[in-house]
Design a protein around this ligand. Structure first.
Ligand SMILES: *[C@@H]1O[C@H](CO)[C@@H](O)[C@H](O)[C@H]1NC(C)=O
Ligand SMILES: *[C@@H]1O[C@H](CO)[C@@H](O)[C@H](O)[C@H]1NC(C)=O
Ligand SMILES: *[C@@H]1O[C@H](CO)[C@@H](O)[C@H](O)[C@H]1NC(C)=O
Ligand SMILES: *[C@@H]1O[C@H](CO)[C@@H](O)[C@H](O)[C@H]1NC(C)=O
Ligand SMILES: *[C@@H]1O[C@H](CO)[C@@H](O)[C@H](O)[C@H]1NC(C)=O
Length: 866
């Protein structure tokens, strides 16, 4: 018991000791040469009968170079001839684990860079078939897939696959295998250097037999606080122009010491680096500031931000506007003339600068990526992760294939500043992107992801490209802002299909109609509409470049627009069947719905591609169109109408183009109250009866009766009442009665013709006609009654002559002794004579007319509102 305890304690101490004193790191192919002989073989014992169902494989690694792929781990079983029982393979943008001969690629979220430590774990859980990949402790990917076979073997090696291209060039450490899936927390703790867990199946500590592999130890913490050595690149005797370019192009800046200590340390660094060359880079370097724009206002040249310099030498700056640049001297800064001087420039790097060569159509990243180093002063060497290299041959920059020892291209000698960084013209010597010879623009850039490289190799955010304002100092970000990439066999006259796969389905086009104003001419039965018509469709043949989220930045030029297929819409119910037009007022733009699918590796720049299958084209134009309406005016002015805008896709028949019914919409955005009508909710109807795709936008119109009431109904009713009231006038003033009614009749007739002229001439009666005719007929009736009444008076008084004059005589009877001896009698007789027969007619007329009026109104209004 005690002995075992002691052993345990000793073991623990040993572990602790190892942990604090370091973890072994193995370095494979440090020079980057592919080599079949660099290998580390497992020193521990392997039990073939130990079959793993679930497992975890973890490793910490650094990549130096990338041949075809980096096979860093391989477990195989010799007796059963199973070479890929467990494997770990690396690329720059993906990883692959092989579990019992099941191969599974996985794309990683962030591309690997050389000379950086990464922690990678694959876990497989056979219970849930769950497969997970962790990079630096973060779950990068998970999926489920069946392996179904156990993993076992008797041989393990690091650093080699079957072929030369599969060998690993880099550093490895902490390669462990467990017979169970580790939890995410444990993996995160390992990745963040909190624990150094050893595998129970394969342990890093079991020891490795090394063949042409070097090893060293580092402390565990160092993996997570890895700082690359600060490096300096020196360029002697550079003009100020070259100095500002070269450091920016390498992803750094010219120095700007802010304290005297920094000035001294620059001097110390230079004298330490160049002890023997006092003349070149020992003393004076360019500083990153100048005051060219405004005297005495010192700004950094790269972002023009002002700096307060307190490290000037005594009596400096003293060159006023003759000396606008600054150099670092051993005792402080001094201003010097920018143009005539050549000084040393130095760029400081806190990590290794990485470059990409864009525009070479390479899909494998190791052939795109380069790391830059300086082997001697003033010189740069771009060493590819893969087979390429860019270096200077004499005075010429060449792009060179190390593997085939062929020169791929030479930099144009006229290139600005004679340097390859940035967008430059190259003369091809072998085929690149299918181009055999001639010149090709390529871009050598150190810009990080999501940025765009200006011609001078400085970086701007990717979204700032082609945003219609300059962001690059050389204004190169607003050139080549092409939006559409057409295939060579693109034909403008062919209707796009839905997709490559779905070749049989017709293309849906969505219409969006936004009506700005409506004006209706009821007499001519026309509707004048001003509206914007938008059509949305997808063209799978196209690729879009650099789409922005703001649609306004994705507007195609007129020429580009005219070179594409666009749908044609006919406006059917117009006088001459007009068509939609493509002119300078038409706008065609693209909408970014999906994020970019991939980047264009043939473009000399960071160009993101968006698929035309997922990002629509939208064409928009404002139209003013006269539509013909078909109104039914029977109920006028209490009618409800609708007028249709009948649109038809004219480009091709239904088999080729249909209307996307779910996305088609119409709306009216102005006030719903027109002069005569009230517009309610628009509806869209799809007509499937014809050979073409048709859509009708129905504009429901409810007539506003206010006008008709005030101008027709109330005046005519008043006139009718006046006519009617004339029945209550005294009977003997025939002229007055007849005149009143006649006048009312005339006015009503005028009203009638006026109303008729403001409406279309229909063969049927409109409600307003019925009303006015009724009024006229009633007035006419009243006149007839007046005549009858008048006649009846004349008939009764026939035996006497001029009865009305007698009546006039009756009145002064109150004055006794004036006229005839029997006035009282006379009067009563006359009254009797007058009243008796007429009273009947009068009240008949009064009641009769009144009841006709009431009856008619009841019927009329109940017909309208009933
Ligand atoms: C193992 O496989 C290789 C190729 O698949 C074959 O050439 C070799 O003969 C096999 N060896 C045994 C022992 O089966
Ligand atoms: C690798 O090591 C072996 C001896 O272990 C040696 O013979 C061989 O030359 C070495 N190869 C390289 C490329 O260094
Ligand atoms: C520069 O070097 C000198 C002598 O080697 C040393 O005394 C001084 O502290 C160094 N200065 C800085 C800032 O490193
Ligand atoms: C395509 O359409 C034609 C005729 O409409 C039909 O005969 C054919 O089967 C369809 N093909 C597919 C793949 O749907
Ligand atoms: C068209 O209308 C539909 C439905 O309202 C809407 O989803 C779509 O975004 C509109 N399209 C455009 C281009 O405005």
């Amino acid at each position: 018991m005690n002995g075992r305890r002691l052993l345990h304690l000793l073991l623990m101490l040993l572990l602790l000791h190892r942990g604090s004193y370091g973890v072994e790191v193995l370095e494979f192919q440090k020079d980057g040469e592919a080599n079949m002989e660099t290998v580390a073989e497992y020193g521990g014992r392997l039990d073939r009968s130990w079959k793993l169902q679930s497992l975890t494989l973890c490793a910490r690694f650094q990549i130096f170079h990338m041949h075809g792929r980096g096979t860093f781990f391989q477990l195989w079983d010799r007796p059963d001839n199973l070479t890929s029982q467990l494997r770990g393979e690396l690329w720059l943008d993906r990883v692959r684990s092989v579990i019992a001969h099941r191969w599974k690629f996985q794309q990683i979220k962030e591309k690997f860079r050389a000379y950086r430590w990464y922690h990678l774990c694959f876990t497989y859980n056979h219970m849930s078939s769950g497969y997970k990949i962790y990079i630096d402790g973060d779950l990068n990917y998970k999926t489920t897939y069946e392996v179904d076979r156990p993993v076992y073997g008797d041989t393990i090696r690091l650093g080699q696959g079957e072929q030369l291209e599969h060998s690993f060039s880099g550093a490895l450490s902490q390669v462990n295998v467990w017979d169970h899936p580790l939890s995410a927390d444990t993996i995160a703790e390992m990745a963040t250097c909190k624990i150094d867990l050893k595998g129970n199946y394969i342990s890093w500590d079991a020891g490795w037999t090394l063949f042409n592999v070097t090893s060293y130890t580092v402390s565990l913490k160092q993996f997570c606080h890895w700082t690359a050595k600060t490096t300096y690149f020196w360029f002697p005797e550079t003009s100020r122009e070259l100095a500002t370019y070269v450091c920016e192009a390498l992803g750094s800046h010219l120095p700007l010491p802010t304290t005297m200590d920094e000035v001294h340390s620059w001097y110390n660094i230079s004298s330490a680096t160049w002890p023997d060359e006092p003349s070149l880079c020992r003393d004076n370097f360019w500083a990153s500031i100048d005051d060219m724009k405004e005297e005495g206002y010192w700004v950094t040249h790269y972002d023009q931000s002002p700096v307060a310099v307190n490290t000037w030498k005594d009596n400096e700056p003293n060159g006023i506007f003759f000396e606008n640049c600054a150099q670092i001297e051993p005792t402080g800064l001094a201003d010097i003339d920018c143009v005539t001087n050549k000084r040393c420039s130095v760029c400081k790097f806190s990590q290794i600068a990485f470059f990409s060569l864009l525009g070479i159509c390479e899909s494998e990243l190791q052939n795109v990526h380069f790391k830059v180093s300086q082997d001697y002063m003033g010189h740069l060497l771009f060493r590819g992760y893969g087979e390429y290299q860019i270096h200077k041959e004499g005075e010429e920059w060449v792009w060179f294939n190390v593997k085939t020892t062929q020169t791929v291209a030479r930099l144009d000698p006229q290139s600005p500043l004679g340097m390859p960084m940035g967008r430059r013209t190259w003369h091809l010597e072998t085929s690149v992107c299918g181009q055999m010879s001639g010149t090709r623009t390529l871009c050598l850039t150190s810009c990080p992801d999501q940025s765009y490289t200006c011609d001078d190799a400085t970086c701007i955010p990717l979204d700032s490209r082609c945003d219609r304002k300059y962001d690059c100092q050389d204004n190169s970000d607003e050139t080549n802002c092409q939006l559409v990439k057409k295939p060579n066999d693109y034909r403008k006259d062919l209707v796009p299909r839905v997709s490559h796969k779905n070749n049989n389905k017709s293309l849906p086009v969505a219409l969006n109609i936004t009506i700005k104003s409506i004006n209706i001419d009821t007499t001519r039965m026309m509707m004048f509409v001003s509206y914007s018509l938008k059509m949305t469709w997808y063209d799978y043949r196209l690729m879009f470049l650099n789409l922005k989220l703001d649609d306004n930045l994705n507007v195609l030029s007129f020429e580009e627009m005219m070179s594409l297929w666009t749908p044609l819409v006919g406006f059917m119910n117009t006088k001459s069947s007009k068509l939609s037009v493509m002119d300078k007022e038409t706008v065609l733009y693209l909408r970014r719905l999906q994020s970019h699918t991939h980047t264009d590796n043939s473009a000399p720049g960071e160009v993101t591609l968006y698929s035309g299958e997922e990002n629509p084209l939208i064409i928009s134009r404002v139209y003013f169109t006269d539509y013909i309406c078909d109104f039914n005016l029977v109920l006028y002015p209490f009618d409800q109408q609708h007028c249709d805008m009948h649109l038809r896709i004219h480009s091709a028949s239904k088999e080729y183009i249909t209307i996307d019914e779910t996305s088609t919409s119409a709306k009216y955005i102005s006030s719903g109250l027109l002069l005569e009508y009230q517009v309610s909710q628009l509806t869209v109807h799809f007509d499937k009866s014809s050979k073409f795709s048709d859509v009708k936008v129905r504009i429901p119109l409810k007539r506003r009766v206010g006008y008709a009431l005030t101008d027709i109904y109330i005046p005519s009713l008043v006139l009718l009442l006046i006519s009617y009231l004339s029945l209550f006038f005294r009977q003997h003033i025939f002229e007055v009665r007849i005149m009143t009614t006649l006048t009312a009749l005339l006015v009503m007739a005028t009203l009638f013709s006026q109303v008729s002229s403001s409406l279309p001439k229909t063969s049927y009666f409109k409600m307003v006609d019925v009303w006015l005719l009724f009024c006229i007929v009633m007035s006419f009736l009243i006149i007839i009654f007046h005549v009858i009444i008048d006649l009846s008076i004349k008939d009764v008084t026939n035996p006497w002559s001029h009865p009305p004059s007698k009546v006039t005589k009756v009145i002064p009877l109150s004055d006794p002794g004036a006229f005839s001896p029997t006035p009282t009698l006379n009067t009563s007789i006359i009254t009797k004579i007058y009243n008796f027969p007429t009273k009947g007619y009068v009240s008949m007329a009064q009641y009769g007319i009144f009841s006709i009026l009431v009856l008619f109104n009841l019927m009329y209004w109940s017909y309208i509102f009933g």
